[in-house]
Every structure is written in C-alpha cells, then in structure tokens.
Design a protein. Structure first.
Lengths: 120, 523
C-alpha cells in the first residue's frame, strides 16, 4: 500500500470510529462526540481532496506569476466547502447539546437505554 | 424575466423567517402580525410557483457567473423542479393556515413560524439547486429547522424523538458530503450538469462506471435514503412524525421526506449519474445494479411498512408507518423506470416514472390531509390513541368527512387520486415483467386498505366515549385547508389527462433524458 494512500485510509478509519461511537455507546454525550468525529472525518477527507504534493498555500502575492500559481497552489475550493461544513456542524452540535440538556431534565439520566419511552 | 424570480423562492421565506423572532419580544397581542406575515409569505410563494409552471425552463446564475466557469452557482427550474415546488408551497401554505389556530396551545408562535419558514426556504433551495454542494447546504438548513420543530413541544417524548432524528439525520448528511467530496475529486467541479457530463464522458470512454463513482452512489443512497425513510434507514420516522405538532407532521411526512429524500436521490441518480441512459452498444452493468437496488429498497419499504402499520394503536404512528410504505411504491416505480430505460423500453419506463411522480404528488396531498385531520382530532379530543376515540363522525362532520376521503384515497379506492397512481405503478411493474413485485404491490395495497378500515372504524364509527359528549367541530381556519386538500383528492380524476400532459410529462422527460439536463443548464 503506497504511502500516499495512508491519509485517505485514516480519514475512513476516523469515520468508522465515529460511527462505532454512535452505534455502541450508551451515554448521550459520547454519542454526540461520535457525531463530531464523523464530521471531522469528512472535513479531513475534503482537505485531502484538494491536496497537492509540495503545494503552496492558495494565496497569490503580488510577485507571483498567475500560471505558476495555478500549477503550484493547493486547491482552494474544498477549503471553502470545509468552512461551510464546520459552521453547519457547529449549529448541529449546539442543537444536540441543547436537546441533551433538556433530556437530562426530563428523564434524569444520560443513559440512552433508559430514554426509551417510544416503542413499537 | 421569470428566471429572475427564482432566488425569491429562497429569499422570501428566509427574510420573513429572520424578521419574525423580533415579534417574540412583543406581547401576545402582536401574534396576529406573525400569522399575517407567515400566511402572506407562503401564499406569495404558492402564486410564484404557479407562475413558474406556465413559464419555460430556466436557469439563474447567481451573481452573473457564467456556465464557462466552474465556480458559479446556478438555480435550475426544470420540469421535475416545478412539480416539487408546487407540492412544497401548496402544502406549506395550507399547513400555515392550519397552524394559525392549532399552535395557540403551544408556547411561542413567532418562533414556530420562523422555524417553519426556514424549513420551507431550505426545501425550495434543495429543489432549485443546480449545484451539489448547494444542495447539501440547503438540505442541512431544512433538516436542522425540522429537528427543532419536532422538539417544539418540549415534552419528554418529543425530545427523545427529536434526538433520535437528529443523530441519524446528521449521520446521513455526513455521508452525503462524503459522496459530494468523492464526485468533486473525480470530476473537478461541483455543478451538477458539469459533473454529469464528465461522468458520462468517462463511462463512454471506459465502458463502465468507475469504482469511485460507485462508492459515491452508495454514499448517496444511504444518505438520501435515510432522509427519504427507506427501509433499513427508517428508524427515526415512527418516532419523529407523531411527536411533532400536527402541521409540522403534515409537512414532514408530506413534503420534507420527498424534497430532501426522493427528489435529491432522483436528481443525483438520474441527472448526474445518468442511471436511466441506455448506452449503446451495450448497457453499463453498474447502472443496472443501482436500478435493482432502488427496486429492492422500494419493495422492502412497502412490505415492512405495511406490516408494521396494521398493528399500531397510535393514530399518528400508524400514519407514519404508512408514509414509509407509500414511499416504497414511489421508489419501486422509479427503479423499474430506470431499469426499463436502460434496457431500451422507453414507453414502459415513462409509464413507471409517471406513476412514481404522480404517486409522490398524491401522497403529499392525502398524507398531509391525514395528518391535519389527526391534528384536528387531537385538538378536539386530546388524544391520539385509537382505543380512546369513537363515533367522531357525527360530532365533527368536516373532519370526519375529510378523514374518510383521505383514507379511501390512500387505500386506492376509485375514483379518488390514490387509485390512479397505484394503478399506473402496478401496470408498469407488470409490463416490465416483474410479476412477483407487481403481486406484492397489490398485496400491500390490500394491507393498506385493511389498516385504513381500522382507522375509520375506530375514529369515525363506534360509540362516542362519555367524556367526549361535548365535542365540537374545529375552528374554520382549521377546516379550510382540510377541505381544500380533500377537494384535490376527490376531483383530480377530472383533470387527469391535462395534468399528465402539462404538468407531469416535463418531469418525466427530465428523468428519462437524464444527461440532457446538462445541455439545458450549460447552454
């Protein structure tokens, strides 16, 4: 397995770790951390999509030639996508934690196996 | 001129939705202003979508970017979009009319309207978006608003349901973003038309779909399948839909799972990946797999949804399982359509896709009518359990009549609307040669009829319980939306031929000629 593939594989491993936390863990806070972990995995994958080996940051200074810049710079578009994705994740996590706090007030526990009044 | 109005579909509800929380600080006497703004806003959207229906197809490039650059964002209104826009704005207008009275019993009306309008803005953005990442952003906007709306009552069960919906929904969105990242990596652009062209060129060159595109398809099927409540991914729906307030349940079950789930799935599978294109000289095997997966998802959802529906005693939970089952019909029809289009039988394919889209439209109408009726019943009797109701037919004639019309319609009794769409789907499946699937579809229709006979017997017939002796009909503003939807259900057979040729055929064409979407956008 070539060395260049390792970051992509590790992003997938991070995704699987997040899904494991969501599925197996019983504490609500750990489930929320699992969701955050999957979001990190996607953001990491997006960065890797735009990566270029020995690339320069996508900021063009005044003395740089445009074609040389376009050939040497890392792709800036996924970085914009990641910023949007981080903000969406922020909103989601804020909502999750707010609902978790309210759930604690109503049920008295953070254990998801006891928060199970809706059945069938 | 009309393409200039496309951003209004997103801007108008977002603008009103951001102004309304200011009313939260004012006293309760100012609630009428919030009602008025929300009603006028959704009415304006409905009129705009009707105007768009008679205009041609249009593309609006935001900020005057052009098709030649890869970073422009486009809003695209083609045949499929217009069908969804009408469904979304019609149901949201009627649901807001219903909630003027219904939400008086909840805590804060201006915040409710604000969340509702943000959800509508997100859905309009999803169906108008011509760009993969824009689709994802608007999908998240709408989904987050709906998570908050499900928890609006803040009781323990509603919070539990909302939390489950939240976790599963955010996992699905993460998978969708993964799919978008893979497609960007493959093609270098996010515009759906350009991605479609690049993938088609690659398939024409090598003769099969690349493994990365197949992985992206799998991610999309999981993500959008969860938003559309297909069977392995349906677990959030039976908890979330009953717990939400009734107009929000009508929206969730009637429009949100269609706009965020089925429309997005169709757009990505048919217009970007080109599942319905039959490539000469020999068909691409991976597209066949995708069509078969769609059919399998559809059949499993249909059957298991119907089986789980019959034993429910909570009215709204029964309706929620019924949504899973009926959307299984739609996905089955779309899968059969894609398979037939690949095998070169375009007449069967267009019949199947027309049946699927027509059933989508009908389901939006009668399922939201059923949820509004259940809301009216809950408003009057204070309960959702079927065993505690009875004999409501005499005391609440309008609600009872509308509930009966909707139940007959969803069961597929002629001449109501559900009969025609189920007929077309079953005909198309049988003509495609899948006799076992067609027989299953007929059996599921019988099971649906059984469940709705149970609903009618416990709700409308039977003995009125003693504590409900003083039951009155619900207020006029709650009756009007129900009557409007019931009129649609009963009279649609009169305009069916005109509807098929004028309204549904452009949408069917869009899906049949998947990759020609690219030519329309990039012209």
């Amino acid at each position: 397995m070539p060395r260049e593939m390792m970051p992509y594989l590790l992003a997938m491993v991070l995704l699987v770790v997040g899904v494991y936390a969501i599925v197996v863990k019983k504490n609500i806070i750990k489930i929320i951390i699992g969701v955050i972990c999957t979001e990190y995995a996607v953001n990491l994958f997006l960065i890797l999509v735009g990566y270029r080996q020995r690339g320069i940051p996508p900021i063009q200074t005044a003395d740089m030639d445009p074609t040389q810049f376009a050939q040497g710079a890392v792709d800036p578009l996924p970085q914009a996508l990641i910023v949007t994705s981080i903000v969406i994740g922020l909103g989601l996590v804020a909502l999750m934690v707010a609902i978790a706090v309210r759930l604690y007030e109503k049920y008295g526990t953070f254990d998801i196996s006891e928060i199970r009044r809706l059945k069938g | 001129m009309v393409t200039g109005l496309l951003p209004l579909f997103v801007a108008l509800p977002l603008g009103i939705g951001f102004i309304l929380p200011l009313l939260e600080k004012a006293k309760r006497d100012w609630n009428w202003l919030g009602d008025l703004l929300a009603t006028l806003g959704t009415l304006a959207l409905l009129i705009l979508s009707l105007l768009l229906l008679v205009a041609g197809e249009g593309v609006y490039w935001i900020g005057k970017w052009s098709p030649q650059s890869i970073i422009g964002i486009a809003l695209v209104a083609d045949g499929l979009t217009k069908i969804l826009l009408i469904i979304i704005n019609l149901v949201s207008f009627l649901a807001i009319l219903f909630s003027v009275e219904y939400m008086k019993r909840y805590t804060s009306k201006p915040l409710y309207y604000s969340l509702f309008l943000i959800m509508v803005a997100g859905m309009n953005g999803v169906v108008l978006s011509g760009d993969l990442f824009n689709l994802y952003v608007f999908l998240e906007v709408s989904a987050i608003a709906s998570y908050a709306l499900v928890a609006f009552g803040c009781e323990s069960e509603e919070l539990e349901a909302s939390f489950k919906y939240l976790i599963l929904g955010s996992l699905a969105s993460t998978f969708i973003l993964f799919g978008v990242a893979i497609l960007y990596n493959l093609t270098g652009t996010l515009n759906m038309a350009q991605v479609g062209e690049a993938l088609a060129a690659q398939v024409a060159r090598t003769g099969h779909l690349s493994r990365a595109a197949l992985l992206a398809t799998a991610f999309f099927l999981m993500g959008f399948g969860l938003k559309a409540a297909m069977m392995p991914f349906h677990a959030w729906l039976p908890d979330a839909h009953p717990s939400a307030p009734a107009p929000v349940s009508a929206m969730l079950s009637g429009v949100v799972i269609k706009a965020l789930g089925i429309y997005a799935l169709c757009r990505v599978l048919f217009s970007v990946l080109g599942v319905s294109m039959s490539l000469q000289p020999e068909p691409v095997p991976e597209m066949g797999y995708v069509a078969h997966v769609l059919m399998a998802l559809g059949v499993v959802s249909m059957v298991v949804g119907a089986l789980l529906m019959i034993g429910q005693w909570d009215l709204k939970r029964l309706l929620a399982y019924s949504s899973i089952s009926q959307l299984g019909y739609v996905v089955l029809a779309l899968g059969v359509g894609a398979e037939m289009a690949q095998k070169g039988a375009p007449d069967i394919a267009s019949l199947a896709i027309f049946g699927g889209l027509f059933h989508l439209f009908n389901h939006a109408i009668f399922k939201s009518l059923l949820f509004l009726c259940s809301g009216a019943i809950e408003y009057g009797t204070g309960t959702r359990q079927l065993r505690e109701m009875g004999g409501l037919g005499e005391k609440m004639p309008v609600t009872g009549g509308c509930c009966r019309i909707a139940a007959l319609s969803i069961s597929g009794v002629p001449p109501f609307s559900g009969f025609w769409s189920k007929l077309f789907i079953i005909l198309a499946v049988m003509r495609a040669g899948h006799y076992l699937l067609g027989a299953t579809a007929v059996l599921v229709a019988f099971m649906t009829l059984l469940a709705y006979i149970k609903v009618q017997r416990y709700v409308l017939h039977g003995k009125l319980p003693a504590r409900l002796r003083n039951l009155k009909e619900v207020p006029v503003l709650m009756c009007l939306p129900m009557i409007a939807l019931a009129v649609f259900c009963s009279l649609i057979w009169l305009v069916l031929p005109a509807l098929q040729s004028g309204f549904f055929r452009p949408g069917v064409e869009v899906m049949m000629r998947g990759l020609q979407y690219a030519q329309m956008v990039l012209r």
